[in-house]
Design a protein around this ligand. Structure first.
Ligand SMILES: Nc1ncnc2c1ncn2[C@@H]1O[C@H](COP(=O)(O)OP(=O)(O)OP(=O)(O)O)[C@@H](O)[C@H]1O
Length: 296
């Protein structure tokens, strides 16, 4: 009969005590908890995810914090500096426009703020979580929970009603059917589309489609709304309506960050941050009252 071998093995995040591997069973202590099961890796990944979810974000801390953030694109032959040592803090409830000419680093910044990419050097803290050390799975998890995206091209699902489009993120988040239908309806009413719940994207104007996209971005109540050229495909009247909607959402407490190259669009925000050649050039408070020519 084969003799059982007992042993200790260091594993990521803890110690595994093996009884010699009868079947797939192993037991041990990991991350401070007793563990029995087959897949150590799966357990640790799940535990890390739970810890990430449970780790309290500091409600008094900033929502976004970039610390000495550098992004380098390594194209093999040459290295391109996309962002150069950016330090930036955006608080909860702010309405911020990010501006810059072509090639200034706006998309690079958006990709990092949206957890689609990680900094090469430095840190990006989203709601207190350092994204620099996250795995792609962890990035996607934090992205789904913390960010609602609004894109220039709306990105709605065609041949799917406005209601179903808004329900979709809640379906992924496993919100029960009745609850997600009710919330999608309320959100569409909130953006002024209560009469168009059953309309398909191709039965709506550009401005209405963008309203659906904004309702969808709000579906899982993310702390951050990130909008990338949200008025880029809209006429002037619809652009104004959309920016006014963002302003209302901000007044209701949402944190809204809009990337744009249009001064008129940026003027809706309370704070305007300008980029040039991968660097932060200016960061100014937008005094709406002064612009409107009001006097005390
Ligand atoms: N994948 C990449 N590989 C190499 N260099 C890149 C890559 N993406 C961006 N860059 C470079 O990084 C710098 C910043 O580009 P980025 O796309 O962030 O600018 P942008 O302000 O968004 O421009 P646009 O308004 O034209 O979209 C530019 O010099 C660009 O050439």
């Amino acid at each position: 009969m084969k003799k059982k071998k007992w042993g200790f093995k260091k594993v990521d995040g803890g110690l595994e005590i093996s009884n010699g591997g009868e079947g797939n069973k192993k037991w041990g202590i990991m991350l401070g908890l007793p563990y029995i099961g087959g897949s150590v890796g799966r357990y640790i990944r799940k535990r890390k995810k739970d810890l990430l979810k449970a780790s309290a974000s500091d409600p008094d801390g900033p929502l976004l914090r970039l610390e000495n953030l550098v992004k380098i694109y390594d194209t093999g032959a040459i290295k391109v500096l996309g962002l150069k040592k950016i330090n930036l803090t955006i608080g909860r409830g702010e309405f911020v426009a990010i501006m810059g000419h072509s090639g200034s680093g706006k998309s690079t910044l958006m990709n990092i703020l949206g957890c689609l990419d990680r900094p090469t050097l430095g840190h990006y803290y989203l709601d207190g979580h350092d994204t620099a050390s996250m795995t792609p799975d962890e990035l996607s998890d934090i992205r789904n929970r913390k960010i609602g995206f609004v894109f220039q091209s709306f990105n709605l699902i065609s041949r799917t009603s406005a209601l179903k489009n808004v329900e979709l993120p809640m379906t992924y988040a496993r919100v029960p059917k009745a609850k997600r239908q009710q919330r999608a309806k309320e959100l569409l009413e909130r953006v002024g589309l209560g009469e168009r719940l059953g309309h398909m994207p191709n039965e709506m104007s550009g401005g209405q489609r963008q309203r659906v996209a904004i309702a969808r971005a709000l579906a899982n109540q993310p702390p951050l709304i990130l909008a990338d050229e949200p008025t880029g495909n809209l006429d002037t009247a619809s652009s104004i309506e959309i920016m006014e909607l963002f302003r209302e959402l901000h007044q209701e407490g949402a944190t809204v960050v809009v990337v744009t190259h249009e001064e008129d669009i940026a003027a809706f925000a309370d704070r305007i941050i300008r980029f040039g050649d991968g660097q932060l050039l200016s960061d100014t408070i937008n005094d709406h009252h002064q612009e409107e020519g009001e006097t005390c």
